[in-house]
Write a protein that binds this ligand. Structure first.
Ligand SMILES: Nc1ncnc2c1ncn2[C@@H]1O[C@H](COP(=O)(O)OP(=O)(O)OP(=O)(O)O)[C@@H](O)[C@H]1O
Length: 360
């Protein structure tokens, strides 16, 4: 049965460092939830507290409403796949996968059937007798997954499980996680600093920083409304602009940047010049490759600072009169724009958002 998790005001300090800082979070039963954040943000620390490998200084962690404070790791309905795996090198694939079940007293035909089923789930049928030391990196990762899944946990914790794999294997394993999540119905919590992984797999995700959650929600919501400049930068929305003022025109909020009007998509947020930054979504900025305007209205006139060939498109860095820059995408047909030339950039609906300059 999938497990719901409730984290209530949890703090974990190491001397002066608060690895987890008064953090509260609800994870639904059966959800694929991702903790995303840079190195040292507290992701692994939080996962360890959930798994019962460490104890909070303050706050409570509940599974299906039951306080886990006095439940040790080996009595929690949890299995963990860590980075670096920790497979038993002296055991075969089968031996590794069967280990936990044997400890539980499972034996004979039931044991064999369960191990086979788990290996089948990770597409390693027939690999039972192999030496784990002779497997490829991806196969070893899948053995580690099978070893966790065979225990039929209600909660699976995945701590950077794809670290150290090459890009092709990462892609393959990523698909596998998605598939396994659907098939098992368990709650999955993934820790990663890889944004692609988080976006492609998660029902919901949280971006952590300094032991706190900066934003929580469905992956697409981060792009529609990044909570603050830190989150925007973290997810690659680097076009952040300081407005010189905000104005109301015909019921619309306009940001004025270096004398040019940028109509904002969200009128409800605070439009205090010091507290707010304008975010331009690069996927909603369009320009012709000769620099002429595409749309009749909502155009910006900017100066080309740099163009970078990216294969299927070109990145074009463009400057406002006050020196602030944004990057837009331009198609590769025809000659590239020239550095120093003027270009007309059209703002598609939803191109300009507002975000908070300050973090939580
Ligand atoms: N046992 C410990 N003793 C002292 N400090 C610790 C300990 N565990 C974690 N920390 C500190 O707590 C903070 C959060 O660490 P944590 O490992 O949770 O980060 P993370 O987001 O998982 O990072 P990474 O992606 O690098 O694994 C860091 O500043 C780290 O140095």
């Amino acid at each position: 049965m999938a497990i719901s998790i409730s984290i209530d005001g949890v703090t974990r300090s190491h001397g002066p460092v608060k690895a987890v800082d008064d953090l509260s979070l609800e994870i639904k039963a059966g959800e694929f939830f991702t903790l995303l954040g840079s190195s040292g943000s507290g992701k692994s620390s939080l996962l360890k507290l959930i798994g019962g490998f460490d104890r909070p200084n303050r706050g409570r962690i509940m599974f299906d409403g039951k306080d886990m404070a006095d439940v040790p790791a080996n009595r929690r309905p949890v299995n963990t796949v860590f980075q670096g795996l920790g497979l038993f090198p002296h055991m075969s694939v089968e031996g590794n996968v069967a280990y936990g079940l044997k400890l539980r007293g499972v034996s004979g035909k039931t044991l064999v059937a369960k191990v086979e089923e788990a290996l089948d789930l990770v597409e390693l049928s027939g690999f039972g007798g192999r030496d784990v030391n002779l497997l490829s990196g991806g196969q070893r990762q899948r053995v580690a997954l099978a070893r966790a899944l065979v225990m039929e946990p209600g909660l699976l914790l995945l701590d950077e499980p794809l670290t150290g794999l090459d890009e092709r294997l990462r892609q393959q394993m990523r698909k596998e996680f998605g598939r396994l999540h659907k098939r098992t119905g368990a709650t999955f919590i993934l820790v990663t600093h890889n944004q692609d992984e988080a976006l492609s797999l998660s029902d919901r995700m949280a971006i952590m920083h300094h032991g706190r959650i900066e934003q929580l929600g469905r992956p697409d919501a981060f792009f529609d409304a990044p909570a603050n400049a830190f989150v925007a930068r973290f997810i690659g929305m680097d076009n952040l602009l300081q407005a010189e003022r905000f104005e109301e025109r015909a019921g619309k909020t306009i940001a004025v940047v270096a004398g040019q009007a940028i109509p904002l998509d969200c009128a409800s947020k605070s439009t205090n010049v010091g507290a707010s930054l304008v975010v331009l979504r690069s996927d909603r900025l369009t320009m012709a490759n000769d620099g002429s305007s595409i749309a009749v209205t909502d155009n910006l006139t900017l100066q080309v600072v740099e163009t970078t060939f990216r294969g299927l498109y070109r990145d074009v860095t463009l400057a406002f009169g006050d020196g602030q820059t944004v990057t837009a995408v331009c198609d590769v047909d025809g000659p590239p724009l020239l550095v120093g030339q003027e270009a007309r950039v059209s703002l598609q609906p939803g191109a300009a958002l507002l975000t908070s300059a300050a973090m939580k």
